[in-house]
Ligand binder design. Structure first.
Ligand code: OGA
Ligand code: NI
Length: 368
């Protein structure tokens, strides 16, 4: 048994109550004949549209980061790219990465093989809804049905892929392709982290050292959002922030991700071949609140099945994360977050309902 997984397992001894036994995948539900409306326990919104549900389309202003400039040998280009990254993280907590070096063919193949996974017969998939919320291989529906009364219109496969690599046996091409995709996305994150370390005024390598990123916890999350007969009422994923540092997301050309910006929901229309990046709670904590994690959600539609692949990248599981010491040593600055071990934070998030920034609030020191 891999060390990370077993440690996480021990910690989750206080297992959540069993999920309702009648819960099924939304894939299966959506394929039921004559499904004209969703069951009531998928109705997230009853009075849609409310003010906060209205999405604007001003996404041409969503920042874009050219990764090739961030690693440029030309110091002026690099420092301009670092400034852009700093601005994107402060103002949006979200950006699209272009020139990231991951082959388009690999991204496409990953989406295809993810589709293949969801299409496997149930008996060839891992156990449905395992009780342990931090099992290194988890296939399930919604987010945490043991705690939810209203379910998300979403099925998922979650795999811990680093520091130990876990993957189901089928489909075979998932096993073949996933290691490379994981390595390539970690390389993108390494470059972002170096840029952020500098934009925080630290040495380039400082953030990687402080968070022990050589043993970064990387989680592969494949999401399936089938066509939904009531897209105005259901949600693929409710508003939340991600737990890690950066989540790298790709999708199958069907949009659905919305980010919160200045109190409004903004539709994300991905540039071709770009990677969508969410900033997570641990970037907020490490930067002592300079870079707030972005709230986002996934909406569904009644036309096309959407697939997304989110790669979550965080500190090493055993790192006790607190704001960077250099940021709180200066006179007059105080730490705004209490230290917490990353795997404890993760466990807390995964054992509860997905609910905005509720877990971050537990480590946040309130201003009086
Ligand atoms: C996630 C997530 C959004 C999407 O997996 O954490 O926010 O668009 N996904 O699939
Ligand atoms: Ni998310």
């Amino acid at each position: 048994m891999a060390a990370t997984a077993s440690l996480l397992r021990q910690n989750s001894a206080a297992a959540p109550p069993s999920p309702p036994s009648n819960i099924t995948s939304v894939k299966k539900l959506s394929e039921s004949p004559n499904l004209n409306s969703i069951p009531s326990n998928y109705a997230y919104y009853t009075n849609y549209p409310t003010e906060t549900n209205i999405a604007s389309n001003s996404d041409d202003s969503i920042p874009t980061i050219d990764l090739s400039l961030l690693t440029s040998d030309n110091p002026d280009q690099r420092s301009k790219a670092i400034q852009d990254l700093d601005k994107a993280c402060q103002e949006w907590g979200f950006f699209m990465v272009v020139n990231h070096g991951i082959p388009e063919t690999l991204m496409k193949a990953m989406l295809d093989v993810t589709n293949e996974f969801f299409n496997l017969p149930e008996e060839e998939k891992p156990e449905f809804q395992p009780k342990n919320v931090v099992d290194p291989v988890r296939y399930g529906t919604s987010f945490n049905t043991a705690k939810e009364k209203i379910f998300c219109w979403r099925d998922f496969l979650k795999l811990f892929v680093h520091p130990q690599f876990h993957c189901p046996d089928k489909p075979e091409s998932l096993r073949e392709l996933l290691p490379e995709y994981c390595e390539r996305t970690r390389e993108v994150v390494r470059k972002l982290v170096k840029g952020i370390s500098e934009s925080l005024g630290l040495e380039e390598s400082e953030m990687g050292k402080a968070l022990d990123l050589g043993s970064t916890l990387q989680i592969f999350i494949a999401n399936l959002y089938p066509r939904c007969p009531n897209p105005d009422v259901a949600l693929g994923m409710p508003p939340h922030s991600d737990h890690g540092l950066f989540t790298l997301l790709i999708e199958n050309g069907v949009g659905g991700l919305q980010i919160q910006h200045k109190g409004r929901w903004v539709n994300v229309n991905a540039l071709p071949n770009s990677i969508l990046v969410n900033t997570g709670d641990h970037l907020e904590i490490f930067s002592n609140g300079k870079y707030k994690s972005v709230m986002h959600r996934a909406v569904v539609n009644n036309k096309k099945t959407r697939i997304s692949i989110a790669m979550a990248n965080g500190p090493s599981p055993d790192t006790v994360v607190s704001p960077a010491s250099q940021l709180v040593q200066t006179k007059g600055s105080v730490a705004s977050y209490v230290p917490m071990k990353y795997k404890d934070y993760l466990l807390s998030q995964q054992s509860n309902q997905l609910n905005g920034k509720s877990i971050l609030k537990q480590v946040q020191i309130q201003d009086y």
